[in-house]
Design a protein around this ligand. Structure first.
Ligand code: NZQ
Ligand code: ZN
Length: 379
């Protein structure tokens, strides 16, 4: 098998590394749009200090703090229009995966005049002048700071899809775990489950696991399993926050397929419609579906769940151990608790097949009928 490792991103990591942002931005542009969520950065005072730091370094910042969780195409398009009209040459996304993915969407949509959904649905060529991108995660979850994907929701059609483009690799990502200290327990736990799923899904589904890929996936899963409960017990534990931030950056990056390993994130494919149809938090959707997805996959991956149990949890069975860990982190959630209507399960399963074609890579058939079975088994 031939694999390619490509990540043209300079990653500056460590507590206090946010102080590097202004100088790094000055190397890439003169006029930036600062893309963030609606309230947390203002509340923590980070937004003002970032604007001042940019100004000190000769970079003008246009603040666009309108991004909702599960970022919508319409919000991205509005930001892209603003960026185009202001003649920006740099996009800075600072926030969780929602703000970072919206920033990626603005990079693409501001280079032309087409809506961002055209680049997702019709895979049109990105032309024009493409601004540079800097990402600054404030949540350990998505790992968007180290890949070229962005998950955007079309709220008209209730489709949540992945924008993939080489233009949205960040030029620079600054991963400062201190920024995650203000994250409350719930989004911290949702993020931890998201990171765990980025790792366990390819680990279980791989047809041809590779020793190096397994080693990286296993080591990173052990970090998440150990440090998430520590953070929930002591939220200001900067050492534990730093380990979880590293795990987050690695888990959804090309690092985890170094050396081969051809797994696919098929659980993600069946979770996205829950956010697309009901605007549910990504981590909650994953936590609700993970046990049933594992039980469904055990039929064809028995020995793999054994190694998962032994190598990650020091227990004989990975499915039981994962269930206990979800309980321990307060993430043992049922689909019924997320307000998913049982009578819509077949429709949501069809949505998954349409919006996540990669579910076909699952080791046993994952068609609409079997996806519906997993939803029902999670209810
Ligand atoms: O909206 P604001 O006011 O910023 O508040 C946010 C939001 O309400 C808050 N928050 C963020 N940083 C904070 C903070 N509150 C206090 N202190 C801080 N330091 O937390 C809430 C959740 O933020 P959000 O960005 O929605 O969470 P997360 O980082 O989990 O991102 C979820 C999004 O990432 C996508 C998901 O689909 C979802 O849309 N993903 C992106 C991926 C990628 N690009 O590689 C892969 C992932 O699998 C995931 O799908
Ligand atoms: Zn995810």
């Amino acid at each position: 098998m031939i694999t390619t490792f490509y990540l043209p991103t300079k990653i500056i990591f460590g507590p206090g590394s946010l102080a590097r942002l202004g100088a790094e931005a000055a190397k890439l542009g003169r006029k930036a749009i600062l893309v963030s969520g609606k309230s947390s950065l203002r509340k923590t005072g980070i937004l003002d200090s970032v604007v001042n730091d940019l100004k000190k370094n000769g970079v003008e910042a246009l603040v666009y703090d309108r991004i909702e969780p599960n970022p919508r195409a319409a919000t991205v398009d509005q930001g892209a229009r603003l960026a185009r009209e202001a003649g920006i040459d740099l996009v800075i996304g600072i926030g969780g995966g929602s703000a970072m993915d919206a920033a990626k969407g603005i990079v693409v949509a501001s280079s032309g005049t087409r809506p961002v959904w055209d680049y997702i649905e019709n895979d049109i060529e990105v032309g024009g002048v493409v601004p540079k991108l800097i990402l600054v995660p404030t949540v350990a979850a998505s790992g968007s700071e180290a890949n070229c994907g962005a998950v955007i929701t079309n709220w008209q059609t209730h489709e949540k899809c992945v924008l993939n483009s080489p233009h949205v690799y960040p030029a620079v990502s600054i991963v400062d775990p201190e920024l995650t200290l203000t994250l409350p327990a719930k989004p911290t736990a949702q993020g931890g489950v998201d990171i765990f799923c980025h790792l366990v899904e390819p680990y279980i589904t791989a047809e041809e696991p590779a020793p190096l890929t397994d080693a990286i996936l296993e080591a990173t899963m052990r970090l998440v399993v150990e440090y998430l409960p520590r953070i929930l017990a002591k939220p200001d534990d900067i050492c534990a926050r730093s380990q979880l931030s590293w795990a987050s950056t690695i888990a959804c990056s090309p690092f985890v397929s170094l050396g081969g390993g051809d797994g696919a994130m098929t659980l993600h494919g069946i979770e996205h419609p829950l956010s697309g149809c009901y605007d549910r938090a990504h981590g909650d959707g994953l936590a609700a579906l993970l046990p049933a997805w594992m039980r469904y996959t055990r039929l064809v991956r028995k020995e793999r769940f054994g190694t998962l149990g032994r190598n990650i949890f020091n227990q004989p069975d990975g499915i039981t151990a994962t269930g206990q860990w979800l309980q321990k982190t307060g993430m043992n959630i049922r689909l019924s608790e997320l307000g998913i209507e049982p009578e819509r399960i077949a429709e949501i399963a069809d949505n998954a097949v349409k919006t996540a074609p990669w579910v076909k890579k699952h080791p046993n058939i994952l068609d609409a009928e079997n996806i519906a079975k997993i939803y029902r088994d999670s209810y």
